[in-house]
Design a protein around this ligand. Structure first.
Ligand code: PMP
Ligand code: GLN
Length: 392
């Protein structure tokens, strides 16, 4: 069969995602994987125990499509405690990871020809989802090292065709956190131009240095126009579970749950039970895990700095980013990552892969730090040697 012209152009032209590619290269070359974001440490035992209990004691058949009521209630309780949001379970749809929630939100609100504002860098699913919906991604580049949002850039990107703003805070890959003034500015623009905000807050609980999380949903006029997206994968460090959710009000909530109906309908029910229990655990359990991640972050930052890498400021996520040019390395980020996985035995993510088109800074590399101390130390040793060889 001739396939030319049969495959949707979005998929015909798509490359394999950088995360999958770097993990495959890491396996192939036996490299330390600081590329795709996931923690290596043991998962919270209470969740493993709850999942295994659910497998044996609860139903393993289809749950309600929108998710177990117990999980939806636990999600509302958790956001009430942690973010002061007053939510009802009818507002919550449980999805197969935040990725499905992003797809459902985009497919619901972006019709052919609609413009969707994306800030760059962004999780690499955003733009293809918008294009597959027939929408037009309009990118606003954010500049390192602080990746700040400005009213001028946002105003310049908004047109009469703009329908949606996709926003990610804390920001992957930079690990930066938007200020109150920035969130307020984005919220005002959404209200003024009657835009829907798809607010990807999956990193909301992975914050350091006492930095608070502020949901865009909290800002005046935003409760009725925000789709807030979360992920148990990030909160508990269980990325393979793929339990996420999306939260909205009134008819928006009904509409996105319709989109979910025919994307996956429902998601793994034993894991839903376990996440419901996890969200109801004492805060100390997650605080302990966060303290370990914070220590790992300090270790990698210090190690990289010692090895001559210029590390950018970050306050959240599992990632630190280094500026190659400021580290004396003349290679573009993609070339650095391609060579480092083979020659140094360390997989990383070139930040260019998370920018659209030509807007990339081109010299930033992301490292995932949620790994045991000895793994980080070995990675730093290898990267130091690699940098020295490049500079020689
Ligand atoms: N959004 C962002 C900003 C992410 O970083 C990720 C995963 N790293 C996701 C969404 C996807 O989350 P999930 O694995 O729950 O689908
Ligand atoms: N977004 C994750 C990261 O930043 C990866 C997600 C994926 O691999 N699909 O590493």
């Amino acid at each position: 069969m001739k396939t030319a012209g049969r495959i949707h152009p979005v998929y015909a032209e798509m490359e394999r995602t950088v995360f999958d590619r770097m993990s495959a290269l890491a396996r192939e070359h036996g490299a330390i994987n600081l590329g795709q974001g996931f923690p290596d440490g043991p998962p919270p035992p209470a969740l493993i125990e709850a999942a295994s209990r659910a497998l044996h004691e609860k139903s393993n058949q289809y749950p309600p499509g929108a998710g177990l009521i117990e999980l939806r209630e636990a999600i509302c309780g958790w956001y009430g405690r942690h973010q002061g949001l007053v939510l009802a379970p009818e507002q919550v749809t449980v999805t197969s990871g935040a990725t499905e929630a992003l797809a459902a939100a985009v497919f619901t609100f972006a019709s052919p020809g609609d413009e969707v504002i994306l800030f760059q860098p962004a999780y690499d699913a955003y733009a293809p989802l918008v294009r597959r919906a027939g929408g037009v991604p309009v990118s606003i580049p954010l500049a390192p090292p602080h990746f700040r949002y400005t009213a001028e850039a946002l105003a310049a990107a908004i047109t009469p065709r703009t329908r949606v703003v996709m926003f990610n805070d804390p920001l992957n890959p930079a690990g930066t956190v938007a200020s109150h003034a920035e969130l307020d500015m984005i919220a005002r623009a959404c209200v003024e131009h009657d835009l829907i905000a798809v607010s990807d807050e999956v990193w909301e609980h992975v914050r350091f240095d006492g930095v608070p999380h502020r949901s865009l949903m909290h800002y005046p006029g935003m409760a009725e126009r925000t789709i807030k997206i979360g992920s148990a994968g990030k909160i508990f460090g269980l990325t393979g579970w793929k339990i996420g959710w999306m939260i909205a009000a009134g008819e928006l909530a009904t509409a996105i749950s319709r989109a979910h109906q025919f994307l996956t309908y429902a998601t793994a029910v034993p894991l839903q039970w376990a996440v419901a229990e996890g969200l109801s655990l004492p805060d100390a359990v997650l605080d302990g895990q966060r303290a370990e991640w914070a220590a790992a972050r300090e270790r990698l930052k210090a190690g990289l700095a010692e090895a001559g890498f210029a590390v950018l400021p970050n306050a959240a996520t599992w990632f630190v980013t280094a500026d190659l040019a400021a580290s004396g390395i003349a290679l573009p980020d993609r070339a650095f990552s391609e060579r480092a996985v083979v020659e140094a035995g360390v997989a990383t993510v070139p930040v260019s892969a998370l920018y659209q088109g030509e807007q990339t800074p081109g010299h930033l590399v992301r490292f995932c730090f949620t790994k045991p101390a000895e793994v980080l130390d070995e990675a730093v040793l290898r990267l130091a040697r690699f940098r020295a060889a490049l500079l020689a």
